[in-house]
Design a protein around this ligand. Structure first.
Ligand SMILES: [Zn+2]
Ligand SMILES: [Zn+2]
Length: 370
């Protein structure tokens, strides 16, 4: 049976999100309907609104209209045929890492980069509709809605004591940041780390570096207000980026020749280059974490790579669904700080205010309470 739900929909690039009443299909085989309680606003949602989302699906343009939102937590409302492992009432978080379980990458354990991920991200089997026309679900989730229907493999059951308005943030921002340091780079104890861009993701890279035991953690941002929170989360140094500053030299000066690891968390081509070049030659590892605009290319002198600097990237923190439980444990044990990062809370119909604060840099993470 179809039901009606309120959702935030992006219709075309450059237009604000609209709150609309959509039809939501009943969960089909292998699918689960989730009653959402909280959803985080991530920069990728803003990219969809502004029309700059990268062509991830073989270069096909992004498909509008779409229900925005890819961080969410709530409870299982009902399960379609053949779903095992979930029951109505289970607290869950949604994780935008669709995986088939059968392709060579899934079989090798790298479900986070399953070949089918990007097909699912565009979600051809849209479960939302309006006036009979399909409305897709961003990242296959569509969490800015009262309820959504998703494949069961996109759900992670969470400890009941984990509050939904913190759990939702783990679905993308926290995992992307903490995971980039802990799972993708496997930062080693005693090492030095430089983090470019201290938004919701970069600040979590700092936490991840601290949890991994890094002893020099340099945060770089153009917003001086980010210094205090960066230091609270584990940064040992803060560099204020200005149009004329040279973070490469500054990082090398603080790390005896270059950082062991660096992370670019903005998606800015110049910063991606600086992040590579500030690492130590012979072993420095620089990971691209921020999503760069569609169609753009990065450059550096080949010599930088010949001399042993390594360039890589991290998608969703290299995390598998089972890794998310670890992050929840860290939060509940007081090792992972989420409370200071969730700076604003809004109702669904206030969503565009949340995007304004994201653009102005006033918020770190805004959470919708649904
Ligand atoms: Zn995100
Ligand atoms: Zn797969």
């Amino acid at each position: 049976m179809q039901i009606e739900v309120k959702a935030a929909v992006s219709h075309a690039p450059g237009e604000p999100a609209r709150i609309e009443t959509l039809r939501l299909a009943a969960p089909g085989p292998g699918e689960v309907q989730v009653r959402l309680q909280a959803a985080g606003l991530c920069h990728s949602d803003l990219m969809v609104l502004e029309g700059g989302f990268p062509e991830v699906d073989g270069g096909r343009p992004f498909r509008y209209p779409t229900v925005l939102g890819h961080e969410g937590a709530g409870v299982v409302e009902s399960c379609g045929p053949g779903v095992s492992g979930f029951e109505p009432g289970d607290p869950v978080l949604l994780f935008a890492a669709p995986h088939c379980g059968e392709c060579p990458l899934c079989r090798s354990g790298r479900t986070n980069v399953c070949t089918h991920t990007f097909v699912h991200l565009q979600n051809p089997a849209a479960r939302f509709s309006r006036n009979g026309e399909p409305v897709s679900q961003f990242c296959g989730l569509g969490t800015f809605a009262e309820r959504t229907v998703v494949p069961a493999e996109l759900l992670v059951r969470i400890r009941p004591e984990m509050p939904a308005d913190r759990a939702c943030y783990i679905g993308c921002g926290v995992t992307t940041g903490v995971g980039a340091a802990v799972f993708s780079a496997e930062v080693r104890a005693g090492s030095s780390v430089a983090v470019f861009g201290l938004g919701g993701v970069g600040l979590n890279v700092i936490q991840g570096a601290r949890l991994a035991g890094a002893t020099t953690i340099i945060g770089i941002d153009r917003n001086p207000a980010r210094e205090a929170i960066a230091r609270k989360l584990g940064a040992t140094h803060f560099l204020l980026a200005t149009p004329n500053s040279n973070p490469v030299e500054a990082v090398q000066a603080l790390t005896a020749g270059g950082a062991d690891y660096s992370f670019e968390c903005v998606g800015n081509l110049q910063l991606i280059r600086q992040a590579l070049e500030c690492t130590h030659f012979a072993w420095g590892l620089s990971l691209i974490v921020g999503a760069a605009p569609a169609g753009k290319e990065v450059a550096t002198l080949p010599f930088n790579l010949m001399m042993g600097r390594r360039w890589g990237g991290s998608w969703l923190g290299g995390a598998r669904p089972r890794d998310l439980g670890k992050l929840i444990d860290w939060y509940l044990e007081g090792q992972l700080n989420l409370d200071d990062l969730i700076t604003h809370r809004f109702r669904l119909d206030e969503i565009n205010r949340g995007f304004e604060l994201m653009k102005s840099g006033e918020s770190i993470r805004s959470v919708l309470t649904l």
